[in-house]
Each structure stands twice: as C-alpha cells, then as structure tokens.
Design a protein around this ligand. Structure first.
Ligand code: PGA
Length: 251
C-alpha cells in the first residue's frame, strides 16, 4: 500500500471563534508549524465571516484555509447562502461539504452534498467530503452500506479526474465531539473500504482523512494506518498546542 500520498491535517473550527481570539490562535499555529514535517499539508476551516481575517493572517504561511460549507447553487436568490466562488475570492483552498452536523441539522442529503462538492471544484476549491455512520447504523452492521452510499452519491456525479482532486473524511458520527474516537483498527477498516471504492473509480490516491475525537494522544496510531492520510480535527483544532501536536503526528 502506497504511503506516498500527501499527509494532511485540517482543523474544523465549527461555530467557534472571535476576532481577537482568532489572532492569537492563528499566530500560535503559524509560529509552531515549523517542526511539522514539510510534507504535511495543514489547513483550518473557519466560519465565513473570518475568511478575510485568516486570509490576511495566513497568507504566505504554510497553513491553508477554507470554509465549512458552500452553497449547492452557483449564485442567485438564495438568502443566507454563500457561493463557492465567494469563498475562493478569499484565497481559500478547502471547503468542507456534507459534514454530519449539516446532514443532521440542515437536512443535507448526499445528492446535495455532491452538488456542493462540484461547486467547490469548479470554483477551484478542494472539497473535503465527509461521510460517516451513526452508532445505530454501526450496531446494525450497516456502516459500509451507509458510508458507501454517501460516497457513491459524490463519485457518481464526478469524472475520475474530478474525484482525484477531492479529499474524503471518514467521521463516524458517534465519535464526533464525544471524546470516543474510533480505534485505529475500526477506522482503518472503513478507510480500506473507501479506498477500494475510490480505486474502482480510478482515483486510488485520494487523501482520506479520519475525524472524530482525534487528540494528540491517539493521532499517532490513527495516522500510522495504511489508508489514513491525516485528520479532520474539531475540538482539538481550537487549542494551538493540541492542533500542532496532531499535525506533527502525521508523518
Ligand atoms: P471532533 O470533531 O474532533 O471535535 O470530534 C471532528 C469534526 O466534526 O470534524
């Protein structure tokens, strides 16, 4: 199994932050990023209003930035929505799409997630497509069926070339924000399944991140798995020291 793929650690700030606090957090992350191996890509996905701030503060650093969602529409009468092209204007690299919190609280179906991923790509952003099963689904033995269907909706809407440009994050819903990470073995098993699905689509080297209660003390073991290329980090991304320790674990 090739471990030549780029390692990547992306922070998902969710609905956290304040202008002043962001300055301190971003400064610490940029200043502490030196010892992170050069081959590891680092990013932070922030609330929309902070895109200008992160652009100003991160421009020229090795830390990329992005949004946590984009509209499925290109532009128009969609009050409250934010277009991928708008996000791209702020120098963003990433757009998370299909996070389980959007699926659960905003009724986002996989077809909409696929549209969002396509919008992100056409705006020059890298979509970070999230998939993951609930605890009930896992206990019912439906993990592969659920994450397979979530991924297929996106793959079916794309060419192999487009798929090669996305990032996929496996985030078991029961592990998000709960302090209860999947074991490295559980995560690897699902990653291997997703990798096979991507390979069948002609894109075996897609960056596959694990997310869900990644902390400095479990990151090394998770990231050492053959099909885990890094992480999507929620809570621990709000503390520079923890986020940097996780970035250093992605060797
Ligand atoms: P967590 O969140 O690291 O706080 O579990 C991960 C995510 O939802 O992206």
């Amino acid at each position: 199994m090739s471990k030549q793929r780029t390692k990547r650690v992306i922070g998902n700030w969710k609905m956290h932050g304040r202008l002043a606090a962001n300055v301190a957090l971003l400064n610490e992350v940029v200043q502490g990023a030196g010892p992170v191996p050069a081959g590891t890509a680092i990013g932070v996905c922030v609330p929309f209003p902070y895109l200008a701030q992160v652009q100003q503060q991160l421009d020229g650093s090795r830390v990329a930035w992005g949004a946590q969602d984009v509209s499925a529409h290109e532009q128009g009468a969609y009050t409250g929505e934010v277009a991928a092209a708008m996000v791209a204007e702020f120098g963003a690299r990433y757009a998370i799409v299909g996070h389980s919190e959007r699926r659960a609280y905003h009724g986002e179906r996989s077809e909409v997630v696929a549209q969002k991923a396509l919008r992100a790509l056409s705006a020059g952003l890298t979509p970070v497509v999230c998939v993951g099963e609930t605890l009930d689904e896992r206990e019912a033995g439906a993990t592969e069926r659920v994450v397979g269907a979530q991924l297929d909706a996106v793959l079916d809407a794309m060419t192999a070339e487009q798929v090669a440009s996305i990032v996929v994050a496996y985030e078991p819903v029961w592990a998000i924000g709960t302090g209860k990470s999947a074991t490295a073995g559980q995560a690897q098993q699902v990653h291997a399944f997703l990798r096979a699905r991507l390979a069948a689509k002609g894109a075996p080297d897609v960056s596959l991140l694990y997310g869900g209660s990644v902390k400095p003390d479990n990151a090394v073991e998770l990231f050492a798995q053959p099909d885990i290329d890094g992480g999507l980090i929620g809570g621990a991304a709000l503390k520079a020291e923890d986020f940097l320790a996780i970035c250093r674990a992605a060797n």
